[in-house]
Design a protein around this ligand. Structure first.
Ligand code: SAM
Length: 253
């Protein structure tokens, strides 16, 4: 076993119970043959449990030493030395024969780009069961008029069913992080709107509204034209995803 602190950064799972809970939370409908992909296997704590359940598991890992270690320790594993942010999910889904089930204890410093990468290729992803910093998980599931409600809540709730499955304390990791964690399941809806110029505009609008979340929308969104009622005097955190969609259609193109 590689000692993680020597080379691989933080948040390595050490607790068999948490490992089992995460592996059990994957809802890969087709059973053991399901196309399951692990992000960031590291030294393989979660990987071994996943491989028992899903023998065709593919693991994506950027760290040279971790890849070498995994090839020795888990010879049956299809480990690929690559950056998850460069992954072509559509090509991988087509190679594995169906929409993918993604799982992993994410590298926390790139949680948002990983999640946005998945949502942008949601035609190729069925589900993501992933561990992240608890604050990020809470933003994903937040409802309007709360402090945690923001861009992540609006965008992800539009494309996925989001469930915060369970919280995880720092004590189950080595080295012990300073933040709490949580496991989230994102079930990507096959019928969500496809990527298009309208979708891009929607995201730009949501981002602009929350970038000035204390201002009324007539000010925060002034660059988009005259904001009509009933939205002009509201603030971003009062709007649901459907409200943003209606507002996006109501604003001049
Ligand atoms: N799954 C292991 C566990 O729970 O013990 C390790 C999780 S650790 C939080 C995150 C892992 O992601 C590390 O192994 C790290 O090398 C890997 N990683 C970091 N950035 C990555 C990237 N861009 N692409 C793929 N893997 C990455």
């Amino acid at each position: 076993m590689i000692a993680p602190k020597q080379s691989l950064g933080q948040n390595f799972l050490r607790d068999p119970n948490t490992i089992r809970r995460i592996a059990d939370a994957v809802q890969a409908a087709p059973g053991p043959d399901a196309p399951v992909v692990e992000i960031g296997p590291g030294t393989g704590a979660l990987t071994a449990a996943l491989l028992e359940r899903y023998p065709r598991l593919v693991a994506l890992e950027v760290d040279d030493r971790a890849v070498a270690h995994l090839r020795g320790a888990l010879p049956g594993l299809d480990v690929r030395h690559q950056d998850v942010l460069q992954t072509d999910w559509a090509a991988l889904a087509s190679e594995r024969g169906g929409r993918l089930f993604v799982v992993g204890n994410l590298p926390y410093y790139i949680t948002s780009p990983i999640l946005f990468g998945l949502v942008d290729q949601r035609a190729s992803i069925a589900e993501a069961t992933v561990m992240m910093q608890r604050e990020v998980a809470e933003r994903l599931v937040a409802v309007p008029r709360t402090k945690a409600y923001g861009i992540l809540s609006v965008v992800f709730q539009r494309y996925c069913d989001v469930q915060l499955l369970f919280k995880v304390p720092p004590t189950v990791f080595f080295p012990r992080p300073t933040v709490d964690s949580a496991v989230v399941r994102l079930t990507f809806r096959a019928d969500s709107p496809p990527l298009s110029p309208e979708e891009d505009r929607y995201r730009v609008l949501v981002r602009a509204a929350f970038n000035q979340r204390r201002k009324m929308l007539r000010k925060a969104l002034a660059a988009f034209g005259t904001v009509p009622e009933p939205w002009a005097t509201k603030r971003a955190e009062e709007l649901t995803g459907d409200d943003f969609e209606a507002l996006s259609r109501a604003l001049p193109a």
